[in-house]
Design a protein around this ligand. Structure first.
Ligand code: MG
Length: 276
C-alpha cells in the first residue's frame, strides 16, 4: 500500500525515456491535484496512525522531564532573595497543540493543496482537537509556575477563533496577552525575544525547527541538517520537536514558490535527482 497514491506521478517519471524531463517538458495535467496526492501518505499517517499518536505522547512526556530539569537548573542560577523573572513555556499552535489533520484530509479528498480561504473556513469553526499529550503537558507546566505563550503564524484575523478553540479545551493562558499571532512576518524571532524580555523561557515546543530558531529556515546546505548538528546542544536542552510530515519548511524548500505547476515540477525533479 505504501506510496500507492504517489505511484501516479512516480510512474510517469519511470516511464520517461531519453533525456531527463525538465519542469517544462512534462507539465502535469492537474498540478494542484497531483501535488495534493504527493502529500497523501503524510496526511494519512498524521491523522490515523497509532505511531503518530504515540510519538506525540512520547514527546510531551519528554517535555515534562526536560521542563523539570530546566526549572531546577534555573533556580540554581538565582542567588538567595534575588528577584526572579517569571518562567515561561513557548509553544507553537498548529500541529503542536492543535491537530489540523482533518483539514488536510479534506483537502486531499478534494484534490486541493493549501488554500488560505479553505484554511480560514476551518479555523473559523474552532473545532480542532488538542494534539495528543499537549493539554496535559501545558496544564502541568502551568501548575509548575510557568506561563504558557502561544507563538503562531496564524493571522491576526484568526485571533478570536483561535482563542475560542483553545479555551474550549481548557488550555492554560488562552488569552490575548499570551497569544502572539503572525504580524507581518512568519519569522518568530522577535516574538520570542518579546517573551524573553520579561520571562525566563524554560522550554519551547513546536513541529518545525523554526519554532526554535529562524536559522532553520535555510535548507540550502544538506537540507539544513548541518544546522541541527550546530545547534544540537541547545535543541536538546530547550526544544521538543513534534512530527509533521504534512507541510512545513522541509517541503517548502523543495517546492519553492510560484504556481502549483512550478511547485509540482520541482517536486518531480527532486525525486529524479535523489533516487539512487
Ligand atoms: Mg506548527
Amino acid at each position: 500500500m505504501r506510496d500507492l497514491l504517489l505511484l501516479v506521478p512516480l510512474t510517469a517519471l519511470v516511464a520517461c525515456s531519453g533525456p531527463r524531463p525538465t519542469a517544462s517538458s512534462t507539465p502535469a495535467a492537474d498540478p494542484t491535484r497531483e501535488l495534493a496526492l504527493m502529500g497523501s501518505d503524510a496526511v494519512l499517517w498524521q491523522n490515523a496512525s497509532a505511531e503518530a499518536y504515540w510519538i506525540y505522547e512520547q514527546a510531551y512526556e519528554q517535555a515534562a522531564t526536560k521542563l523539570m530539569w530546566n526549572i531546577v537548573e534555573l533556580a540554581a542560577t538565582y542567588g538567595e532573595g534575588q528577584p526572579r523573572k517569571p518562567m515561561a513555556v513557548i509553544v507553537d499552535i498548529d500541529e503542536t497543540v492543535l491537530d489540523n489533520s482533518p483539514y488536510q484530509v479534506e483537502a486531499i479528498e478534494h484534490g486541493r493543496t493549501f488554500d488560505p480561504q479553505d484554511w480560514r473556513a476551518w479555523t473559523d469553526k474552532a473545532i480542532a482537537r488538542p494534539s495528543p499529550g499537549a493539554l496535559e503537558f501545558l496544564l502541568h507546566a502551568h501548575q509548575a509556575s510557568c506561563e504558557v505563550f502561544y507563538i503562531t503564524n496564524r493571522e491576526t484575523a484568526e485571533r478570536a477563533s483561535t482563542l475560542k478553540n483553545l479555551i474550549a479545551h481548557g488550555f492554560p493562558n488562552a488569552d490575548e496577552a499570551h497569544l502572539l499571532l503572525m504580524d507581518g512576518t512568519s519569522d518568530k524571532t522577535e516574538r520570542r525575544a518579546r517573551v524573553r524580555a520579561t520571562h525566563d523561557v524554560v522550554l519551547l515546543v513546536g513541529d518545525q525547527l523554526r519554532d526554535f530558531d529562524e536559522r532553520f529556515k535555510d535548507r540550502s546546505v544538506n537540507s539544513g541538517k548541518a544546522t541541527v548538528d550546530a545547534l544540537a546542544d541547545s535543541l536538546s536542552k530547550y526544544f521538543i520537536l513534534l512530527p509533521n510530515p504534512m507541510y512545513g519548511t522541509y517541503r517548502d524548500a523543495v517546492q519553492g514558490k510560484g504556481t502549483e505547476a512550478e511547485k509540482h515540477a520541482r517536486m518531480k525533479e527532486w525525486f529524479q535527482r535523489n533516487g539512487h
